[in-house]
Design a protein around this ligand. Structure first.
Ligand code: MSP
Length: 508
C-alpha cells in the first residue's frame, strides 16, 4: 500500500447556478496544494464535485419548468467542463445524485440513528432557502434577512428528525483544544470556537416537505437535510471513485478540506460531530479561504449578480495567468479584490516581464554564447547561499497550507535572478575571451536558478513550467530536485532548446 496518503477536497458546488470565479478560485487553490504534495511524493487523492439535492436546486429547476435532475445534469456538466480548462488535476468528480453516494449516505446516517444520536421533533425558525439553512438569532440581519444573501428569511415550522448536535459540545471543544490546527487559519478557528461558545443547539437532519434528496431509510417520507447529504460526499466518494476498489482505508480521514468562509459552521462543527456520531475518524484540517470580491467590494456571487467571468479571463490570458494571478493577488485565507485590470497588470509586469523574460534571455544566451550547451562548472557561491533553504521554506509554507507565502518566496528569487543577469551582464563577458570561465559560471548558475524556481512554480503554472523545464533539458519536476546545486547545474552538459515566449505580450 502506498505510503503517506494525502486526501484533499474542495467544497462541492451547488448546481442551481453556473460556475463563477469564486468556484474557479477554490479549485485552483486546492489544485496548487494537491500538485505540490504530489511533487513531494505524497499519495494524493483530490476530490471535487457537485452538490445536487435540496431546496435551492429543486426551486431553480421548477422555476425553469424542468425536473431537478435535468437542471443538475446540465449544470454539473458545466462544472465538470471547467476543471480541465483550469488545469485542475482532480482524481474524481462526485455528484451527490450518484446512486452509490446515496446508498452510502444512508448507511452512515443509519449508524448515527442506531447509535442513538437522532430523535423526532418540531422545528420552527427563520429559514433561508438559498442557504438551505435555518438561521440562529445572532446570524440574522436587520429586517429578518440572510447575512449571506441579504434576502428575506421565511418563518418555517416542520416535523423533522433531529441530530443531537448539542451532545457533542464537549467533544468539539476538546477537538479544537487538542488540535488547534483543525481549523485554519486561526481567525477561522476563533469563529468556530465562538460559535460553540454560544452553546450548540440540535439541528434538523431531515426535511419532510422535500422529495429532492436522499431518502431517510428508517422513515422514507423524509429526505435528509441537504447539508448532511453534501458533507458526506467526502467520505462516500472513496467507496466508489475507483470501480471495483474501496479507497476508504487508504485515504480516510481526509487530510484537508478547502472551503470558503460562508460554510465554516457546517464543516468545522456539524461535520466533525456527525463523523463522531458515526464512529468515524475526523479529518486533519479544514482550511477556510476568503472571498474574491468584485470591484464594488461586495461578495462575488450569483445571487448578487456581480460575477467576473473566469472564461473571459482564460480566453484572454490563458490558464496559467489566471491561476497565477488569483494565487498571487489574494492571500490564501483572506478576502481579496480581483478584476480584469489587475490580471492584465500582473500578466505583463510579473509573468511576461519577470519570469517570461528571465526564461527567454537565459535560453537565448546559452544558445548564443555556448551553442545551447549547459556549462559543466561549479555554480556561483553567491547564488548558492541565497537559494539555500528555499525549497525547505516553500515546503514548510505548504505544510501549513500557505501557498501565498510560498509564492512570495519563490518570486523573490525570480526577481533575484533577473537582477543577477543585470549585475553580471553576460553580454559584456562574452566580448572578453579571458572571461570565458566566468561566463560559464553565470550561464550555468542562471540555468540552475531558473530550473529551481520553475520546479517550485510548477503547482501554480503547470503548463508553462512543463514547457520550460523541457526546453531547459530537465523535465523532471519532482521536489527532490528543487535544491540549488552547488557543484554545478543539474543539467550540466545537456542542451537547451529554444522556446517561443511563455507569456507573449498581448495586443490591447
Ligand atoms: N454546496 C455548498 C458546499 C457543500 S460542501 C459539502 C456550497 N456551494 S457553493 O456553490 O455555493 O460554493 C462552493 C464553494 O465556493 C464554497 O466553498 C464557497 O465558499 C466558494 N465560493 C463561492 N463564492 C465565492 C467567492 N466569491 N469567492 C471565493 N469563494 C467562493 O456552498
Amino acid at each position: 500500500m502506498p505510503q503517506n496518503p494525502f486526501f484533499i477536497t474542495t467544497a462541492i458546488a451547488y448546481v442551481n447556478g453556473q460556475p463563477h470565479l469564486g468556484h474557479a478560485y477554490e479549485e485552483i487553490a486546492t489544485d496548487v496544494i494537491a500538485r505540490h504534495m504530489r511533487q513531494r511524493g505524497r499519495d494524493v487523492f483530490f476530490l471535487t464535485g457537485t452538490d445536487e439535492h435540496g431546496e435551492p436546486v429543486a426551486d431553480a429547476a421548477h422555476a425553469q419548468g424542468i425536473e431537478p435532475q435535468q437542471l443538475a445534469d446540465a449544470n454539473a456538466a458545466r462544472f465538470q467542463a471547467l476543471l480541465p480548462q483550469l488545469n485542475v488535476s482532480n482524481d474524481f468528480f462526485i455528484r451527490t445524485t450518484d446512486e452509490q453516494h446515496a446508498l452510502r449516505v444512508q448507511q452512515v446516517l443509519q449508524r448515527v440513528y442506531d447509535n442513538g444520536h437522532v430523535y423526532k421533533g418540531t422545528y420552527e425558525g427563520w429559514y433561508c432557502p438559498r442557504c438551505a439553512d435555518f438561521k440562529v438569532e445572532n446570524e440574522i440581519l436587520e429586517g429578518n434577512r440572510c447575512p449571506i444573501h441579504e434576502i428575506h428569511l421565511t418563518r418555517e415550522q416542520e416535523e423533522n428528525w433531529f441530530f443531537r448536535l448539542s451532545t457533542f459540545q464537549e467533544a468539539l471543544e476538546t477537538l479544537f483544544e487538542t488540535h488547534p490546527d483543525f481549523v485554519l487559519p486561526s481567525r477561522a478557528l476563533n469563529e468556530a470556537q465562538a460559535f460553540i461558545g454560544q452553546g450548540l443547539q440540535d439541528v434538523s437532519l431531515s426535511r419532510a416537505k422535500l422529495t429532492w434528496g436522499v431518502k431517510v431509510p428508517w422513515d422514507p417520507g423524509h429526505v435528509f437535510y441537504v447539508w448532511f447529504d453534501a458533507l458526506l460526499n467526502y467520505y462516500t466518494a472513496l467507496g466508489y471513485a475507483r470501480p471495483g476498489e474501496d479507497l476508504t482505508d487508504r485515504y480516510w480521514p481526509a487530510q484537508l478540506h478547502v472551503i470558503g468562509k460562508d460554510i465554516l459552521k457546517f464543516h468545522t462543527i456539524f461535520w466533525p460531530a456527525m463523523l463522531m456520531a458515526a464512529d468515524l475518524p475526523v479529518p486533519g484540517h479544514v482550511f477556510v479561504h476568503g472571498f474574491l470580491l468584485a470591484a464594488d467590494g461586495r461578495k462575488m456571487s450569483k445571487s448578487l449578480g456581480n460575477v467576473l467571468d473566469p472564461f473571459e479571463a482564460l480566453e484572454l490570458y490563458g490558464v496559467d495567468a489566471l491561476r497565477f494571478y488569483l494565487m498571487r493577488e489574494v492571500v490564501f485565507g483572506q478576502d481579496g479584490g480581483v478584476g480584469m485590470d489587475g490580471l492584465g497588470n500582473r500578466y505583463t509586469s510579473e509573468l511576461a516581464n519577470e519570469y517570461g523574460n528571465l526564461a527567454s534571455r537565459t535560453l537565448a544566451m546559452i544558445h548564443r554564447y555556448r551553442d545551447g550547451f549547459v556549462p559543466t562548472v561549479a555554480t556561483d557561491p553567491v547564488l548558492v547561499a541565497e537559494f539555500d533553504g528555499l525549497h525547505d521554506r516553500v515546503a514548510a509554507a505548504f505544510d501549513v497550507f500557505d501557498p501565498s507565502t510560498a509564492l512570495g518566496e519563490i518570486w523573490e528569487k525570480v526577481r533575484r535572478l533577473n537582477r543577477y543577469v543585470e549585475e553580471r551582464a553576460p553580454w559584456q563577458l562574452a566580448k572578453d575571451p579571458s572571461a570565458a570561465a566566468e561566463l560559464d559560471q553565470v550561464l550555468g548558475s542562471l540555468h540552475e536558478g531558473l530550473r529551481v524556481v520553475s520546479i517550485l512554480l510548477a503547482p501554480y503554472i503547470p503548463e508553462s513550467v512543463a514547457k520550460l523545464l523541457e526546453a531547459l533539458g530537465t523535465p523532471d519536476s519532482s521536489f527532490t530536485n528543487a535544491g540549488f546545486s552547488a557543484t554545478g547545474p543539474l543539467a550540466g552538459g545537456a542542451t537547451v532548446s529554444q522556446l517561443p515566449p511563455l507569456f507573449p505580450r498581448l495586443l490591447s
